[in-house]
Design a protein around this ligand. Structure first.
Ligand code: G4P
Length: 280
């Protein structure tokens, strides 16, 4: 599902988050492991003030494992709980449960001191569109999950999934908006396919991607397309077009077609596991 954001959408999403977050003890924030900075919305820091925070580096199966570990460390140092997850396969979910359980113990202790007994820890999943929120919820809650139904008064109209006796999860994830102001961020979101493609120029995106790859993952393009990585980005794209027979009438190279092929190869992991940003 691709999203085009307008100010009205943002205001609505923010209001939903503000309303829901009041009921929550822990915010489970999904980011894409290939772009853990660009897929993270800084506004959530304000919205989630005072809550437990867990960052899920989702789609870890698509990212460079070494770089993902560096990101894990980076966010841990900033005080977040962090887990590397492949929601499609369920990898890392056990670790997530463990981390939530730890937060739960701490909260129970705080509650006990205030004379509150047996109140479950309430969790909410949040993230930008397409980061894997629904997939994660399915994987985390599993088939056995039963909705606890509406609780009059306290959680009117909200559906909670009972994970175990200590933890409940809000069944609707919070949708966060991407950072639009930064062009480099927009480009990375577009590379992974999170921004509507029609509003971007595929050959331009692909040229930028070849430049990135030849610098950060030298040899990858040569291995895949048997081309030289010596030239400029556009030259490389033209070489890919030639190597793959992307031609228009008259025998000229079709850079548009080559661009779409390269982007598809990247998104389908045919270029291998690639991370698009490193922690600074
Ligand atoms: P959202 O609710 O945040 O919008 O995201 P959603 O769960 O719909 O997931 C978006 C896409 O990302 C889906 O693929 C989903 O399968 C995929 N995905 C989610 N988590 C992971 C993960 O950890 N690893 C990988 N490799 N992919 C993941 P899709 O192509 O849109 O649908 P489908 O092909 O799975 O049907």
């Amino acid at each position: 599902m691709h999203f085009q954001w307008y100010p009205g959408h943002m205001t609505k999403a923010r209001r939903m988050m503000q309303d829901n977050i009041k009921l929550i003890d822990i915010v489970v924030e999904l980011v894409d492991a290939r772009i853990p900075y660009s897929s993270k919305n800084p506004d959530i820091d304000d919205l989630a003030r005072g809550k437990y925070r867990l960052i899920i580096l989702n789609k870890a199966d698509m990212a460079d494992a070494e770089v993902t570990s560096a990101w894990e460390q980076y966010y841990k140092e900033k005080g977040f709980l962090v887990a590397k997850v492949n929601s499609q396969k369920g990898a890392g979910i056990r670790e997530v449960k463990k981390l939530i359980e730890e937060a739960c113990k701490e909260k129970k202790e705080k509650d006990r001191k205030r004379g509150i007994l047996n109140r479950p820890l309430r969790a909410m999943v949040a993230g930008i569109p397409n980061v894997g929120k629904s997939t994660f919820i399915n994987s985390f809650a599993g088939k056995a999950c039963a909705k606890t139904g509406n609780k009059p008064g306290v959680t009117k109209g909200k559906q909670w999934i009972k994970i175990n006796k200590n933890v409940e999860l809000l069944d609707t994830p919070g949708i966060l908006w991407p950072k639009f102001e930064d062009q480099a961020v927009g480009l990375r979101l577009a590379w992974i396919g999170s921004i509507k493609e029609e509003i971007l120029n595929a050959p331009e995106m692909a040229v930028e991607l070849t430049e990135f790859l030849k610098t950060c993952y030298p040899g990858v393009l040569t291995e895949r397309y048997a081309i030289s990585e010596e030239g400029e980005g556009l030259q490389i794209l033209q070489d890919i077009a030639e190597a793959r027979g992307c031609l228009i009438k008259g025998g000229q190279v079709d850079t548009e077609k080559a661009a779409l092929l390269l982007l598809d190869d990247f998104r389908s992991l045919r270029l291998g596991r690639i991370s698009l940003e490193q922690p600074q």
